[in-house]
Design a protein around this ligand. Structure first.
Ligand code: C2E
Ligand code: MG
Ligand code: MG
Ligand code: MG
Length: 287
């Protein structure tokens, strides 16, 4: 009878379990399967210089092609991967794959890889990055790691030590999604980032009447005073691009220029863009 009651209780909890929790659990199972069976891909989104229109680098963005759900957004599965620790395997796989692919790109094009706060706590991040560089022959100076403010909120001393070790190897460090976290300015003071990525939220209303252009201007000024470059995220219109250029922002990324693409497609874009620029320079030269 106790056993039956136990089963009833169990059933009760099963049914009461929030649909979201169940879905999350299923996604976790599916994600483990995807990691083990090649279900993940890396896409690359180019970053454009606002000074000379050259492609300066590409950001690796993981993609999951789910057998039934289609493309699952990283915004949906990265949090699950972080809660379950699966992000360590995913992160390592993205890093090795992206370094291998980027090693064959033109050598003035950098690779940016997102690193989760969880990877910072693993204790093996620096070694894994060194291993990925060694295996791919990608020079450390062509690798940029994107971290968010969440990394800096936790255990400060350890995080700072890791950032300094990465810097010592020659890897660049970018602060991602700037402006979305807490007490942002104090972080800039504690660690000399190479780049600040201005969050899409500021870029999207930069052109409006009470727009964020004064905030963007302040970030650009602050960054340049500390020898950091700035990248505007999520640039979708010509007007945003024009304003960002006026404000002195160094680079931009967004659908206006290109969304993230598979490796072979982004390599095609490098060549196409290079010839477009050469052609434009040719026209300007003849004028
Ligand atoms: P993020 O690193 O800030 O990447 C920028 C996100 O904005 C990407 O979404 C990109 O596709 C999207 N985006 C780029 N341009 C535009 C635009 O013009 N308009 C709009 N609306 N969106 C744009 P995605 O690929 O879905 O990735 C979302 C987030 O997931 C990333 O934000 C990053 O935090 C995380 N993520 C993606 N790949 C990885 C990874 O390999 N490792 C880790 N730890 N996180 C990752
Ligand atoms: Mg990023
Ligand atoms: Mg970002
Ligand atoms: Mg973001």
């Amino acid at each position: 009878a106790a056993k039956a009651a136990g089963r009833r209780t169990h059933r009760f909890f099963e049914q009461a379990m929030d649909a979201r929790v169940r879905e999350r659990r299923q996604l976790e199972i599916d994600l483990r399967h995807a990691i083990a069976h090649g279900g993940l891909e890396v896409y690359y989104q180019p970053c454009l210089s606002l000074k000379d229109d050259r492609i300066t680098g590409c950001e690796a963005l993981v993609r999951w092609r789910h057998p039934e759900r289609g493309m699952v957004s990283p915004a949906e599965f990265i949090p699950i991967a972080e809660d379950t620790g699966l992000i360590n395997e995913i992160g390592e796989w993205v890093l090795t794959t992206a370094c291998r692919e980027a090693a064959s790109w033109p050598d003035d094009i950098r690779l940016a890889v997102n690193v989760s706060p969880v990877q910072f706590k693993s204790g093996t991040l620096v070694l894994k990055i060194m291993a990925a560089l060694a295996a791919s022959n990608l020079p450390a100076s062509r690798l940029e790691l994107e971290i968010t403010e969440a990394v800096l909120i936790r255990d400060d001393e350890t995080t700072l030590a890791i950032l300094h070790q990465l810097r010592a190897i020659g890897v660049r460090i970018a602060l991602d999604d700037f402006g979305t976290g807490y007490s942002s300015l104090s972080y800039l003071h504690r660690f000399p980032f190479d780049k600040i990525k201005i969050d899409r939220g500021f870029v999207s209303d930069i052109a409006g009447p009470d727009g964020s252009s004064s905030i963007v201007q302040a970030v650009v000024n602050l960054a340049s005073a500390r020898r950091m470059t700035t990248t505007a995220e999520g640039v979708e219109t010509e007007e945003q691009q024009r304003l960002l250029r006026t404000l002195g922002c160094s680079e931009m990324q967004g659908y206006l220029f290109s969304a993230a693409k598979p490796a072979d497609k982004v390599v095609e874009l490098f060549a196409l863009h290079r010839s477009r620029l050469a052609q434009r320079r040719g026209h300007e030269g003849r004028r």
